[in-house]
Design a protein around this ligand. Sequence first.
Ligand code: COA
Length: 179
Amino acid sequence: MTTILPCGQADIPDIADLERRVIALPWGGRQLFAAFSDARYAFYKAVFCGDDPLGAKKAVFRGDDPLGAKKAVFRGDDPAGARKNALAGYILAEHVLDETNISSIAVEPALWGLGIGTALLGHVIGSERARGAVRILLEVEAQNAAALKLYQSAGFQNIAVRPDYYGRGRDGLIFEKTL
Ligand SMILES: CC(C)(COP(=O)(O)OP(=O)(O)OC[C@H]1O[C@@H](n2cnc3c(N)ncnc32)[C@H](O)[C@@H]1OP(=O)(O)O)[C@@H](O)C(=O)NCCC(=O)NCCS
């Protein structure tokens, strides 16, 4: 079973490692640590917990590269222990008065397509609505099909384009969701 929890400072190295592997413009550990001690930022993580390690295992051992998938999630010498609290994904939200900026979201590659991104984003939508935020903004690369689907399914709409934001021919798209 996957659950969403606030991150602790001890999670930052794992977050930095994940973002380095899957984010186009990663923040890096130093910037993540700085954000963690800044009250404007809220970090949440998805972890495997509870009594359903088999569910987690099934999710990991799929596709054509079980060994690669296994390595991606079950790091370290204690696969059983690691599995229980392994970082499956994270989301970083920035509070800007009554608006929220999604600074980053990522899920372990071996676990893509299982609803973890949707769960992380849904958690932030709920908590930001409860905080009194009126809209959520984010920026995504135009070619990032998975992220575009994630945001569109959650009710975000494209409101602006940043041409070549990620490099020549790689536009950034600004998405908005009103709460
Ligand atoms: C974007 C990302 C967080 C999505 O996480 P995820 O856990 O795989 O997302 P979900 O399983 O909740 O899927 C969300 C939607 O995207 C769809 N989707 C997932 N992977 C997809 C893909 N490769 N291509 C097209 N659609 C995809 C799912 O079918 C689902 O659609 P639905 O709501 O209609 O069912 C994940 O792919 C990731 O970490 N990517 C690398 C980091 C990144 O690009 N972050 C975003 C930067 S702006």
